[in-house]
Write a protein that binds this ligand. Sequence first.
Ligand code: UT7
Length: 335
Amino acid sequence: MNKIRAAITGIHGYAPDYILDNNELAKMVDTNDEWITTRTGIKTRHILKGEGKGTSDIGAEAVKGLLEKTNTSPADIDLLICATVTPDMQFPATANIIADKVGIKNAFHFDINAACSGQIYAITTAAMYIESGKYKNVVFVGADKMSSIVDYTDRTTCVIFGDAAGAMMLEPTTEDVGIIDSIHQSDGMGRKHLHQKAGGSVKPASYETIDTREHYIYQEGQAVFKFAVSKMADISVEMMKKHNIDPQELAWLVPHQANLRIIEATARRMGISKDQVMINIQKYGNTTSATIPLCIWEWEEQLKKGDDIILTAFGGGFTWGAIYLKWAYNGMNHK
Ligand code: UT7
């Protein structure tokens, strides 16, 4: 019998209605559309507005849409994994809350926090549960309300991030499609360049941490930029070599959307052209755990069964990796 693989059998995305554009940001901090566009490629980002609304609300919208689209009853889901760095609360897991909001009752659920790479770590984890033969319908949802940890007085970070969610259905297959391989790495030394200083066990919230604005993202942009390009490119090239994928034959690269210049440099180093790369950073900015499913969702109609696709991400930790998969269906959702 052929090996059981996990195939992505459906995809859905959700971005909240409110659109924050570069001109509005220029009224909040000392920046301008020209700087943001040339340095990051971002034009707009979506922001979740509304008292009491959190990551689970956008995550639940993505999962609800996915279940409808794939004609799947919530009762049939075995496992839900949520990747996020902006959980609704420290505990319980946001995955638990999303499952409750969409009526998933017969499953277990947990969160993965690997910053922007959480999305690919979660897809690999979901795939391994399926490959074990024990689980059939696994949902991965990457969701972040980045606006909850962005300092809108810091022009170096507030222009980058946005809120969104993307969800995928993964199911077993014995056909020659699905997730073929993944390579993941982490280096905790990188934490000094990108982290949130307060709110954890080392520095719990206090009046002082609020006064010193330590509950927001701290990022040394240039250092992160250099690592992001070299690590995403190196690991994607390693994956292509391992599976004898000619750069010209790769159907799609789906890179984490952190900065257009990072994406273009990664593609150049891999020897692929820009039209092989999914890019939607101009609309959503960096949505952390949601960038990859959001891209695949927007490109779904163009995808063909058997397409060779590489997903790659880099994020805080540092964490990074690549997944090689063969797309499992033609056009819009196959069910
Ligand atoms: O997804 C998680 C991983 N994160 C990333 O991958 C992010 C990686 N880093 C980046 O994308 C870029 O480093 C940034 C977009 C964050 C910054 O771009 P940069 O080209 O590295 O700019 P920089 O930090 O070197 O700053 C260049 C100049 C500075 O001014 P001086 O010192 O040259 O006078 C900054 O103060 O640009 C200034 N600057 C801005 N100017 C206008 C920084 N932010 C802004 C801004 N508007 N928003």
